[in-house]
Write a protein that binds this ligand. Structure first.
Ligand code: COA
Ligand code: AMP
Length: 648
């Protein structure tokens, strides 16, 4: 097989041939003749005349008797042989597809591919009975339970569009997503379980549905033993009751370009962006990554320790492993405290995990509790070959700790909800590339990465700039934002025409290794959760005592970043009890995951002469950097007065 450099060059020089070959790993209902439609830039479409069903690729084809993917053999030989040679799918009906391991619920359950197909096709029957058809939306607000995966796959089976909302978001955020997605059905559970408390999901859903302008006709609610809930007559049905007499339905053929899901993510404003994922390009890309990046084969056990509410959960708890016929682990627990800092190692040992994917914040939490990794000695980790890290930059300290303690390759890789898979990584299934601490290694095939100066010229090696990707983006990456082509262009494509603006800054070194140093906008990363400071500011600003406010992300040893708020009072307003009220308001409106713990009342905020708050300067001072005082500043005294507060 070709090495990284040849594969990458091939993907850029002749993207159509590269992705046509990768597309052979998908079982198509109608194989695409056109690989890329580039007739309407900056909108690009992959496999526009292809037809398939993502759920059928993730389940049915593994359960069926062994069969050829139905594609002609490739003779170009530039990708991994097994994926381009008319692969034999099927015969995996009795193989474990999903392992549900929940220290929080005290439950362990496995599903074979046959069982997962049976449950999914019957739940698709439930959704169809509630009126869901091709193109309709299904909002899924669930904890980490197998039913969340089943609901996603069932939606895909019907050609509907799921939108999973992370369970840590509160009613207001859920309502905003419901109003944008306008679902036919909401699927949820009576509760989620956190180490310190049971989260009442049902009240959250009821509140969100009340807040939303859109009327959702039906909800399916999974009753959990930890906190069963009351169902609203005429709207809610219990998952178990609905499944009792459900009839299985067959997969519905969809166009490769039809949306599979919408996943909302934080932008710079309070309004979340609905990232659209198509069916065909997504399946092609994820199948490619499972082998070439993660070095996973059908039958291997793969564990992404994330949440189905995030893109990592979509791509690598649900779709990637199942499309390939691997075994995926769904873990409802934490890296520490459920019950201890050996939790991850227990799961790896118990289920024979080959590759573990987590956020660096999880490793830092383990390292803090168990700096010598004493828990490792309690488990047999011989199956574990790789630790993949993403969600935030893998800091060199954590990299060295994990590499030394685990003695296996530790791979940082950089991606975003928008791309759905990694823009830069070390493709371990291609060749065992050496990594550099602090770098996400090299651009992946299809991602023509450039680091640009503000004037659009190319940065030199080692010079920091905006990390951009030359269009078209590869299969799997977002084709647009849900219902908002204009915002898609304005947010990502207008800063540098012909390029996608990632929102991250960094540099390429002289060896072509990419160093991603952090966001250039107001998005922050808190314990691996992507949040918008704008959304937090919007909540603070609604308090009647607040005249103006700013929220910045500051460095945190465990969570990477945490938000800090600064408010200026309206004249005559009292500060009594204000900080607690503001913190509670953010918790109630956005959710506990916002992690806002500190708000300072200040007399003024530093601004430019045109009135822009100097958030970047504030962030730099708070992080202990030597920030030059900007020449555009309105009033230097304000910044000077704020500096000791920022440094405290
Ligand atoms: N539903 C409801 N509440 C949730 C939640 C969920 N799904 N997830 C988190 N919360 C709550 C927590 O209970 C906590 O509440 P508290 O303030 O009352 O204690 C709050 O949100 C903050 O949670 P978190 O930021 O996760 O902090 P933590 O101290 O509980 O845990 C880590 C810290 C590092 C262990 C944890 O954040 C972690 O495992 N992060 C990895 C995240 C990840 O995998 N991201 C995906 C990227 S790959
Ligand atoms: P999300 O869309 O939630 O996956 O968050 C994407 C953002 O997380 C990126 O734009 C980066 O800012 C950050 N990120 C994710 N992975 C990495 C990484 N490996 N290195 C640096 N930043 C990362």
């Amino acid at each position: 097989m070709a090495g990284y450099r040849e594969l990458f060059d091939a993907s850029i020089e002749d993207a159509r041939t590269f992705w046509a070959q990768a597309a052979r790993a998908v079982t198509w209902i109608r194989a695409p003749h056109t690989v890329l439609d580039d007739t309407n830039p900056p909108f690009y479409r992959w496999f526009p005349d292809g037809e398939m069903n993502t759920c059928a690729n993730a389940l049915d084809r593994h359960v069926a008797g062994r069969q050829d993917a139905g594609q002609e053999r490739s003779d170009s030989g530039n990708q991994r042989e097994r994926s381009d040679s008319g692969e034999q799918w099927g015969g995996r009906g009795e193989q474990t597809a999903l392992i549900y391991d929940s220290p929080l619920a005290g439950t362990m359950r496995t599903y074979t591919y046959r069982q997962l197909l049976d449950e999914t096709s019957r739940f698709a029957g439930v959704l169809r009975g509630l009126g869901v058809g091709r193109g309709d939306r299904v909002v899924i607000y669930m904890p980490m339970v197998p039913e969340a995966v089943i609901a996603m796959l069932a939606s895909a089976r019907l050609g509907a569009v799921h939108s999973v909302v992370f369970g840590g978001f509160a009613a207001h955020e859920l309502a905003a997503r419901i109003d944008d997605a306008r679902p036919a059905v909401v699927v949820s559970a009576s509760c989620g379980i956190e180490p310190t408390r049971v989260i009442d999901y049902k009240t959250m859903i009821d509140n969100a549905l009340d807040l939303a302008e859109h009327t959702t006709p039906a909800c399916v609610i999974l009753q959990r033993d930890q906190a069963p809930c009351e169902l609203k007559a005429g709207r809610d049905v219990s998952w178990t009751d609905a499944m009792a007499d459900a009839h299985p339905v067959d997969p519905v053929p969809v166009a490769a370009t039809d949306p599979l899901y919408v996943l909302y993510t934080s932008g710079t404003t309070g309004k979340p962006k609905g990232i659209v994922r198509d069916n065909g390009g997504h399946a092609v890309a994820l199948l490619w990554t499972m082998r070439h990046i993660y070095d996973i084969e059908p039958g291997d056990v793969y564990w992404a320790a994330s949440d189905v509410g995030w893109v990592v959960g979509h791509s690598y708890i649900v779709y990637g492993p199942l499309l390939l016929g691997a075994t995926t682990v769904l873990y409802e627990g934490k890296p520490v405290g459920t019950p201890d800092a050996g939790a991850f190692w227990r799961v790896v040992a118990e289920h024979g995990v080959k590759a573990l994917f987590s956020a660096p914040t999880a490793m830092r939490a383990i390292k803090k509790e168990d700096p010598d990794a004493a828990h490792l000695a309690r488990y047999d980790l011989s199956t574990l070959q790789y630790l993949f890290q993403a969600g935030e930059r893998l800091d060199p300290g954590t990299y060295h700790w994990a590499s030394e303690k685990l003695g296996i390759p530790v791979i940082d890789h950089w991606w975003q909800t928008e791309t759905g898979w990694s823009i830069a990584a070390a493709p371990m299934g291609v060749e065992p590339m050496s990594v550099k601490p602090g770098s996400a290694t090299v651009p992946m095939p299809g991602y023509d990465v450039h680091v640009l100066r503000p004037d659009g010229t190319e940065c030199d090696a080692g010079e920091e700039g905006s990390i951009c990707i030359k269009l078209p983006l590869p299969p799997g990456a977002l084709p647009t934002l849900w219902g908002d082509d204009e915002r898609y262009v304005a947010s990502y494509l207008s800063a540098f025409p012909g390029y996608y603006l990632s929102g991250d800054g960094g540099y390429l070194d002289e060896d072509g290794y990419l160093f991603v140093m952090g966001r250039t906008d107001d998005v922050i990363n808190v314990a691996g959760h992507r949040l918008s400071t704008g959304a937090i500011e919007a909540v603070l600003a609604t308090h009647p005592a607040v005249a103006e406010c700013a929220v910045i992300g500051v460095a945190d040893a465990i969570k990477g970043q945490v938000p800090r708020g600064f408010v200026v009072l309206k004249s005559g307003a009292s500060a009594d009890g204000l900080v607690d009220e503001l913190i509670a308001a953010v918790r109630d409106n956005i959710g506990a995951v916002a992690n806002l713990k500190r708000v300072d009342v200040v007399s003024a905020l530093p601004k430019t002469r045109s009135g822009k708050i100097l958030r970047k300067t504030m962030r730099g001072i708070a992080d202990g950097r030597d920030e030059p005082v900007p020449s555009t500043i309105e009033d230097v005294d304000v910044l000077e007065a704020l500096t000791p507060i920022l440094q405290s």
